[in-house]
Design a protein around this ligand. Structure first.
Ligand SMILES: NC(=O)c1ccc[n+]([C@@H]2O[C@H](COP(=O)([O-])OP(=O)(O)OC[C@H]3O[C@@H](n4cnc5c(N)ncnc54)[C@H](OP(=O)(O)O)[C@@H]3O)[C@@H](O)[C@H]2O)c1
Length: 245
C-alpha cells in the first residue's frame, strides 16, 4: 500500500479522498485547522499547521508518505509553496489539483485587482453598500473604510478582537442558490460585490446575481503558485496517481 497526503480544505480534496482506490492508496487528509466543524472526510484526518517547511519535511518522513496531492484553495499559496519545497527535498512526487478560475461572461462588470489592498482601494467612489465575500482572514484589509457599509459573509464568526469595517456579519455555508444570492443583493441594497477568483460551483451564483443586478464585481486575482505538475479535476488527479509507481 502507498500512503498519499492530500492537502485539503476544499471540495476537490474531499472528492479525491472519496474516490481514492483503497486497494492501492491510504489517504491522509491534512487541514489547517481553521474551521471548527470541518466536513466528514473518508480518510485519515490530521488537523493543524505542520510548522513551516521543516515541519512539513518531518511529517513526510515520519508518516512515510509516498506522494502528495496539494488540493488546497487557490488562494492558499503559502502552503502550496511549502509543499513544493518539502516534496522536492524528500524526492516525493507532488501534484497540484487546482480548480479553474472563473471567467467573465457577457454582461459582467468585473474590476480585476491583484490583491486585498487593491480591492479596498477600489471601493471609495465605486459603491456605498458592499457584499464582501473574501473570508474572515481578509476583513482587516477593509477595516479602514468607514464611509462604506459591508455585508460580510463567512463560514464562522470572526474573532472578537479583529477590526471590522462598518456593517453586518453573515455566517453561512455554501452552496448558495441564485435565488438566495439575488434575494441578498436586493434585501441589503447591495451596490458592489467583492470576491476572490476562487473558481468552482459552490459560490459562483453570486457572480450571476451581480450580473442580473448590473452591479460591479471587484475580483481579486489568484496568487502565483509553484511550478510543477498541475491538473484541474479529480479524474485527472486519479489518473496521475495511477501513473505513480
Ligand atoms: N474558501 C475556502 O474554502 C478557503 C479555504 C482555505 C483557504 N482559503 C483562502 O486562502 C487564503 C490562505 O489560506 P490559508 O491561511 O489556509 O493558507 P496559506 O496562507 O497557504 O497557509 C498558511 C499556513 O497555514 C498552514 N496550512 C495551510 N493549509 C494547511 C493544510 N492543508 N494542512 C496543514 N497546514 C496548513 C501552514 O502552516 P505551517 O507553515 O505552520 O505549517 C501554512 O504556512 C485565505 O485568504 C483564505 O481565505 C479559502
Amino acid at each position: 500500500m502507498q500512503r498519499l497526503l492530500i492537502l485539503g480544505g476544499t471540495t476537490e480534496a474531499t472528492a479525491l479522498a472519496q474516490a481514492l482506490p483503497t486497494d492501492r492508496w491510504i489517504g491522509i487528509v491534512s487541514l489547517a485547522g481553521r474551521t471548527r466543524q470541518p466536513l466528514t472526510i473518508p480518510a485519515i484526518l490530521r488537523q493543524g499547521h505542520f510548522g513551516g517547511v521543516d515541519g512539513f519535511v518531518n511529517f513526510l518522513k515520519a508518516e512515510r508518505i509516498n506522494a502528495v496531492v496539494d488540493a488546497t484553495h487557490p488562494f492558499a499559496a503559502q502552503i502550496s509553496h511549502q509543499a513544493a519545497i518539502a516534496t522536492d527535498q524528500c524526492q516525493i512526487p507532488l501534484l497540484m489539483l487546482v480548480r479553474p478560475p472563473w471567467e467573465p461572461q457577457m454582461g459582467d462588470r468585473w474590476l480585476v485587482v491583484p490583491d486585498l489592498a487593491a480591492a479596498a482601494a477600489r471601493l471609495p467612489g465605486l459603491a456605498q453598500r458592499i457584499f464582501l465575500t473574501t473570508g474572515r482572514q481578509s476583513l482587516a484589509s477593509f477595516s479602514a473604510l468607514k464611509d462604506q457599509w459591508f455585508l460580510m459573509r463567512m463560514l464562522e464568526p470572526p474573532p472578537p478582537e479583529l477590526p471590522l469595517p462598518p456593517g453586518e456579519v453573515l455566517c453561512d455555508r455554501p452552496p448558495f442558490t441564485l435565488t438566495h444570492e439575488l434575494d441578498l443583493l436586493q434585501r441589503y441594497h447591495i451596490q458592489a460585490l467583492v470576491t476572490k477568483n476562487s473558481g468552482g460551483t459552490a459560490t459562483c451564483t453570486k457572480l450571476a446575481a451581480a450580473r442580473q443586478h448590473e452591479i460591479p464585481v471587484v475580483i481579486i486575482e489568484r496568487p502565483a503558485l509553484p511550478e510543477g505538475d498541475r491538473v484541474s479535476t479529480v479524474a485527472a488527479a486519479l489518473k496521475w496517481l495511477d501513473q505513480q509507481s
